[in-house]
Design a protein. Structure first.
Length: 278
DNA sequence: CGTTACCTGAAA
DNA sequence: TTTCAGGTAACG
């Protein structure tokens, strides 16, 4: 569900609610089998209880909580959250009505709690003393100054997979997923099935601008809620109303009127205009 | 490099 | 009953 714009919406909503708050306790359900791949509910709770949330950042599709240092030996600086397909981080008053599929709970010192809801149980929570491991698996931030046309061209020239598959690879760029890749390729007029190293500089230039613009639009519209995505208060985004190709199979292209087609590329459902995208 | 597995529920 | 879902890691 969540790609860069969705995760960024959650982050920016949570910052004023969580910064400076202390974690009192953590509960993890027995059936949250994959949530803590490198820990146990007991160890995790012991490690973060008593910490203060100093900051909340986003890196690609990851949320990164900076925790205050503790006197205890167990004192990781970072709590790294990935929502995968159906994860939600909901900030609620403890007295608010229950939410569906809540599999973990973080109690805060101001009467609020962070509820972790995850229908499909793919999401992960990890603790780390440094962000080096995270950085190793991620490319640049597509909305940052470090991401240039030249970077993108270099990354595309190195690969012979379909350009869509390369853009989905988080080592190429951190934060693009199936919605925004389809949207960016449409806006740039590039066929998603093209071999990446056949994309020419003029096309890469358009693609670079398109990636930024579709992500910025996504953030401005508070993310796309095609099915499961909800922000930290449980509300849906609106960007699903503004997409040009994603899940518009059989509908007319807004530019040329041709029918939007769907195919499989890089193992993912792919939407494109057969006329506008070359 | 492409395919599969991980889960659950909705839709075809 | 089968297929599909916005993600990623582990396969071959």
């Amino acid at each position: 569900l969540p790609e860069l714009p969705e995760v960024e919406t959650i982050r920016s909503d949570l910052v004023p609610l969580l910064t400076g708050k202390r974690i009192l306790s953590v509960w993890v359900a027995d059936d949250a089998t994959r949530l803590l791949p490198h820990s146990t509910p007991e160890l995790f709770a012991l490690s973060v209880a008593g910490s203060t949330i100093e900051a909340l950042a986003r890196r690609g599709k990851y949320l990164v909580f900076t925790l205050s240092p503790q006197s205890s030996v167990l004192s990781p600086r970072f709590w790294i959250v990935h929502l995968r397909m159906t994860g939600r981080l909901l900030c609620r008053a403890a007295s608010d009505p229950p939410d569906a599929y809540v599999r973990a709970l973080v109690t805060l010192d101001d009467g609020h709690e962070l509820r972790w809801s995850d229908l499909r149980k793919f999401g992960t929570w990890e603790l780390a003393d440094s962000l080096a491991d995270l950085e190793r698996k991620l490319g640049p931030e597509p909305l940052g100054d470090m991401f240039t046309v030249e970077d993108l061209q270099t990354m595309l020239l190195r690969r012979k997979a379909p350009v869509k598959a390369v853009l989905l690879d988080q080592k190429t760029l951190a934060g693009l997923g199936n919605i925004y890749v389809d949207e960016a390729l449409y806006e740039a007029g590039v066929d998603p099935r093209r071999v990446a190293n056949s994309v020419e500089l003029a096309e890469t230039t358009r693609l670079h601008a398109a990636i930024r613009s579709v992500l910025e639009q996504g953030v401005a519209n508070r993310g796309a809620s095609f099915s499961d995505y909800a922000d930290a208060s449980g509300a849906k985004g609106s960007n699903q109303l503004y997409v040009r190709v994603f899940r518009r199979t059989g509908k007319p292209c807004y530019t040329c009127g041709a029918m939007i087609e769907r195919c499989k590329t890089g193992g993912r459902s792919t939407h494109f205009c057969p006329v506008c995208q070359k």
